[in-house]
Design a protein around this ligand. Structure first.
Ligand code: ATP
Length: 518
C-alpha cells in the first residue's frame, strides 16, 4: 500500500479509536489545531513522562520548571523573535495556496534523494548479500548524477538562506521547475517573510492594555529563570533545566495532521555549560537523545541526523533528529548549541547581571547553552505511525483476515490490561471487576463485556492494549485466567495472583529507564 494511503488510514484510525480529534469539529474544525481523545491523552502523558523521567530522574544535574505561557513582551524583543522569527512564504496565483518556500525546495531535494534510494533498493535486490552500498554510491552513474543535483541545490539554497536573499529563493523555485502540488502550475508570487508569533492584549483598556505574545517556544521561560533556579537550587555548572508546555506558531502551511500544528507542546531542556566546553556537551546530548529515540525499538534505520545548513542567529552548531514518517524523513527533535546569546540578550535588555560565578576558576561568566528541543505531538506521531500495523492472518478456508493492531511499546500504551468475563453471568463479571479493583492502583485497566471475546480482542488490538485477560468458568474453580499477549496473540493460563507481577514487569517505566541509564 502506498505510504500516503497508510497515513490516511492512520489519521482515521486515530479518530475512530479516540486518539486524536480535529479541534472544534462540530464547527467543521480549526485548521492545524487538534484535540487528544481518551486514549490519546494517556499516550501523550506517558510519552511526556518518559521524556521527563529520562531527563530529570536520570540526571542529578537536570531539574524541572513550569514557566507561564505569557511573558513580558521585552522577552521576545531580546530573544530576536519579534524581528526574526519568520518563515519565507510564497503563494501560487492559480490555486491561491500558500507554501513555505524553503519547504518547497527541501521537498525537491527529497525527490532527488528518493531517486537515489530507489536505485539502491533495486541494486540491493539484484546483488543480494554481496551488495556494497558505499561502492554503488561512488560508481553508479544515475546515483552520481542525482547526487550532483542535490549538492548544487543545497549549495545555492544555503547561500540564499544565509544571505536572506528572497529573490534568489524564488529563482531557485523557478529554475528547478517546482510546481504547485494543487494547480500544477508555476505561477508564483514573490517570496516574503511572515512572522509566526501570535499576539494578544493583556489587561483591560481602562488600565491601558498592551500587546503580548503567546510563546512560540518554551525555552525563553527557562532562560529568564536561569538565575532563580541556579541560586535557589544551588546548581553548579554544568546543569540543565527541563520544561514541557504549550507553544504557539502561526504556521503558514498547516498540513500533515499533528506534524505541524498552530498550538503544540514542546519538551525542552537547556543545559548550561562553561564557555569553550559547548561542543563536548553538544556531542554528548546528540548521542544521548538519539539513544532515547532508538530505545523504543522502531528500528535504527528509521532515524538520521540532519545538520542545519543555515544556523539560527543564536547558534554555533545545530542538528535535527529525523524520523521516517509515512511522508518521509522529517524533524522530530532539534539539538542546538545556542552559545551565550540568550542570556546575554536578557542581560542587555533587563539591565540585570545574569552570570555564573565559577568557584573552580574563581571568575564570573555567561554560561553557554546546549538545547534539546522535541515536539511532544511529533513524538506522538512517531510512536503511533511506527506502531500502526495491518497484519494478514490466514484463515482456515484459505482466505485472509486483516488484524489492525497498534504495536505500541507496552509501557507507553494507554490501557495496559483489559479484563473480559467470558459471559455476562455466573459471577464472571464480578470476578473480572475484582481483578481490576485489585490492579487499578498499579496500571490503567479496563473492563469490557460487550460482543464476542474475538471482537473484544480486536478492539483492544486496535487501541494497542498489550494484555487482555479472560475470566471463564474454570476461573471459578481454580482461580486461573487466560492472559493473551497483543503482538504474538499467544494465550496462557495463569493464576490471578500472578497477573500483577507478569504485567508490571512488561509495562513499567522503571525497566525502560534502567535500559537508558548507561
Ligand atoms: P520546522 O522546521 O519543522 O518548522 P523548527 O526547526 O522550526 O521545525 P524548532 O523551533 O527547532 O522547530 O522546535 C523544536 C521542536 O518543536 C521541533 O523539532 C518539533 O518537534 C516541534 N515543533 C516545532 N514546530 C512545530 C509545530 N508547528 N507543530 C508541532 N511541533 C512543532
Amino acid at each position: 500500500m502506498a505510504q500516503e494511503d497508510i497515513f490516511k488510514k492512520l489519521i482515521s484510525h486515530c479518530k475512530e479509536y479516540g486518539y486524536v480529534f480535529q479541534s472544534s469539529e462540530v464547527y467543521d474544525g480549526l485548521a492545524a489545531v487538534y484535540d487528544y481523545g481518551q486514549y490519546g491523552v494517556e499516550l501523550k502523558n506517558n510519552i511526556k513522562k518518559y521524556w521527563w523521567d529520562s531527563m530529570v530522574l536520570l540526571h542529578e544535574n537536570v531539574v524541572g520548571l513550569d514557566s507561564a505561557i505569557f511573558m513580558h513582551p521585552t522577552v521576545w524583543k531580546a530573544s530576536g523573535h519579534v524581528d526574526a522569527f519568520s518563515d519565507p512564504l510564497i503563494d501560487n496565483k492559480d490555486s491561491k495556496k500558500r507554501y513555505r518556500a524553503d519547504v518547497l525546495i527541501e521537498d525537491q531535494r527529497a525527490k532527488f534523494e528518493a531517486k537515489i534510494d530507489k536505485e539502491i533498493g533495486k541494486a540491493r535486490k539484484r546483488f543480494g548479500d554481496s551488495f556494497d552500498e558505499q561502492q554503488f554510491r561512488e560508481t553508479n552513474q544515475r546515483v552520481l548524477a542525482n547526487q550532483v543535483k542535490i549538492n548544487e541545490l543545497t549549495e545555492r539554497f544555503t547561500k540564499a538562506l544565509n544571505d536572506d536573499d528572497l529573490v534568489e529563493i524564488k529563482q531557485i523555485i523557478i529554475d528547478y521547475e517546482i510546481s504547485c502540488p494543487v494547480s500544477g502550475t508555476r505561477n508564483w508570487t514573490d517570496v516574503r517573510q511572515f512572522n509566526l508569533m501570535f499576539s494578544t492584549e493583556i489587561g483591560s483598556t481602562a488600565e491601558g492594555a498592551s500587546t503580548i505574545y503567546l510563546r512560540p517556544e518554551t525555552a525563553q521561560g527557562i532562560f529568564v529563570n536561569y538565575l532563580n533556579v541556579q541560586k535557589t537550587g544551588r546548581m553548579r555548572l554544568p546543569f540543565g533545566i527541563a520544561q514541557t508546555g504549550k507553544a504557539f506558531r502561526n504556521e503558514i502551511v498547516a498540513r500533515q495532521f499533528i506534524f505541524r500544528m498552530r498550538e503544540f507542546e514542546q519538551m525542552e531542556m537547556q543545559f548550561f555549560v562553561r564557555p569553550g566546553e559547548e561542543m563536548k556537551w553538544f556531542e554528548f546530548w546528540k548521542d544521548l537523545r538519539m539513544k532515547w529515540h532508538q530505545s523504543l525499538n522502531f528500528g535504527a534505520e528509521n532515524y538520521k541526523f540532519h545538520n542545519h545548513e543555515k544556523l539560527a542567529h543564536y547558534a554555533n552548531a545545530a542538528t535535527d533528529i529525523e524520523f521516517r514518517f509515512p511522508f518521509g524523513f522529517r524533524e522530530v527533535e532539534g539539538i542546538h548549541s545556542r552559545t551565550d546569546f540568550d542570556l546575554k540578550q536578557h542581560e542587555k535588555f533587563s539591565g540585570r547581571k545574569i552570570q555564573y560565578f565559577d568557584p573552580e576558576l574563581n571568575e564570573s561568566y555567561t554560561p553557554y547553552v546546549i538545547e534539546t528541543s522535541i515536539g511532544l505531538d511529533r513524538m506522538f506521531l512517531q510512536v503511533i505511525s511506527a506502531s500502526f500495523d495491518e497484519e494478514e492472518i490466514p484463515k482456515e478456508n484459505g482466505t485472509k483476515d486483516i488484524r489492525t493492531v497498534l504495536r505500541l511499546p507496552a509501557f507507553l500504551a494507554p490501557v495496559k490490561m483489559a479484563v473480559f468475563p467470558l459471559v455476562k453471568k455466573d459471577g464472571l463479571p464480578d470476578i473480572a471487576r475484582s481483578i481490576i479493583n485489585e490492579l487499578k492502583f498499579d496500571f490503567y485497566c479496563q473492563y469490557d463485556e460487550k460482543d464476542s471475546i474475538g471482537k473484544r480482542y480486536r478492539r483492544h488490538d486496535a487501541i494497542g492494549t498489550p494484555f487482555c485477560v479472560t475470566v471463564d468458568h474454570q476461573t471459578t474453580e481454580d482461580q486461573t485466567v487466560t492472559i493473551r499477549e497483543r503482538d504474538s496473540m499467544k494465550q496462557e493460563r495463569v493464576k490471578i495472583e500472578e497477573l500483577r507481577s507478569i504485567i508490571r514487569e512488561k509495562v513499567n517505566f522503571k525497566n525502560k529507564l534502567k535500559d537508558l541509564d548507561f
